[in-house]
Design a protein around this ligand. Structure first.
Ligand code: HEC
Ligand code: HEC
Length: 343
């Protein structure tokens, strides 16, 4: 399946359609009606956590609630801020006690379509991931027993949990399930690229069209940034330098100790990428132009470099075209309402 999709995905626009069709499993009729461009069937929902409006609403309240953190001051949205492309606009995140973290906050846009989570792939599902940041000393620094007690003392949450997960109570598990249910609703919408793909020739300019041609051709970006969500959910070492004030980060190698994983990080989605600077797991690049220059050089640190990283010899025009294409992946703005938190 992977090989099939990869071979199909690297060619031009017409076959991108095929690639999406290939990616569709069981299509969720309601979702695909709302947005015909997104392969809804690709997003697996665990059988014990089917999406209901009550679950999504509860998850949204939890996501925006700073009372989930030890300090009662940091919420998921402090770092995954909808106004900043569901990231934080920082090179690397700032967590509990205003401490700088070693890695950048990734967007959570389209996480429903990921098959593995975190820069190093240490979480296997959204449910698995959700309470990690709450408990992490460096992030929200919260003791789960205290959190469960705290939420139980808020009558509004008692009702909301009972409504969403009848008889299951307020537990680490239901907190995780609700958060995951909300996160699955955070999806990209109809970008200029999607409108072009759907047949509107005027939705993007010629530079963008050439950029997509390069992306899937000469520049070989789609080898790793493949399919609808522009990621292979794989791990690659793309030869990034380590910043001076930071310790070396071995990435995926921490999880699976094979050489190929040394310095390899998860391929991020490129959806809405124009909104989520700075870039890379260590926030080393401020602009998309700098990112394209990195690939044009074939990376900086050649030790254990992914075999698909080699100098591209792009012209200035070609670099501009690639950037134009990346910018065409920005969704139509969506109004995100901030919930009133339960008392
Ligand atoms: C202090 C900032 C911060 C807070 C608060 C925070 N996150 Fe994150 N989040 C990050 C960083 C940094 C990463 C990447 C860490 C890594 O890969 O090592 C991340 C990764 C993720 C991912 C993985 C995305 C992917 O594509 O792999 C998800 C999902 C996520 N966070 C959801 C949440 C939820 C839900 C909460 C609240 C319970 C939350 N985060 C709170 C900073 C934060
Ligand atoms: C060998 C696989 C591979 C190839 C080829 C590749 N990428 Fe990437 N890309 C990645 C990985 C992995 C990351 C994250 C690296 C990290 O942070 O350590 C990344 C990160 C990025 C980012 C930053 C996204 C963010 O949210 O921080 C952009 C933009 C990007 N790539 C665009 C491109 C473009 C444009 C090309 C073609 C010129 C390309 N990529 C080719 C694997 C690849």
């Amino acid at each position: 399946m992977y090989i099939n999709r990869y071979l199909i995905c690297r060619s031009a626009l017409t076959t991108l359609l095929l690639c999406w069709l290939f990616s569709v499993g069981t299509v969720d009729a309601a979702a695909s009606k709302a947005d015909p461009y997104r392969p809804a069937g690709m997003a697996p929902i665990p059988a014990d956590n089917t999406a209901t409006p009550a679950r999504v609403e509860l998850g949204k309240m939890l996501f925006f609630d700073p009372r989930l953190s030890g300090s009662q001051w940091i919420s998921c949205a402090s770092c995954h801020n909808p106004a900043l492309g569901w990231s934080d606009g920082l090179p690397t995140a700032i967590g509990a006690g205003m401490k700088k973290l070693p890695r950048a906050t990734p967007t959570i846009l389209n996480v429903a379509y990921n098959t593995i989570f975190m820069w190093d792939g240490r979480a296997a599902s959204l449910e698995d991931q959700a309470t990690g940041p709450i408990k992490a000393k460096a992030e929200m620094d919260q003791d789960m027993t205290i959190l469960v007690e705290r939420l139980n003392a808020i009558p509004g949450y008692g009702k909301a949990f009972e409504h969403a997960y009848p008889g299951e109570g307020i537990t680490e598990k239901t907190i995780a399930k609700a958060l995951a249910s909300y996160e699955r609703t955070i999806v990209s919408t109809n970008s200029p690229f999607d409108r072009w793909h759907a047949g509107n020739k005027k939705a993007v300019d010629d530079s963008t069209k050439r950029g997509f041609e390069l992306f899937t051709g000469k520049a070989k970006c789609s080898v790793c940034h493949e399919g609808f969500n522009f990621t292979d959910n794989g791990f690659h070492n793309i030869g990034l330098k380590t910043l001076k004030d930071m310790a070396e980060d071995v990435g995926r190698f921490n999880q699976r100790k094979v050489k190929i994983n040394h310095g390899a990080f998860k391929t991020p989605t490129l959806r809405d990428v124009a909104l989520t600077a700075p870039y890379m797991h260590n926030g080393i690049y401020q602009t998309l132009e700098e990112v394209v220059d990195h690939y044009d050089r074939g990376g900086d640190v050649k030790d254990n470099l992914d075999p698909n990283m080699e100098p591209l010899n792009l012209t200035l025009q070609e670099k501009q075209d690639l950037v134009a294409f990346l910018k065409s992946l920005t969704s139509q703005p969506v109004l995100v309402t901030i919930p009133q938190l339960p008392r």
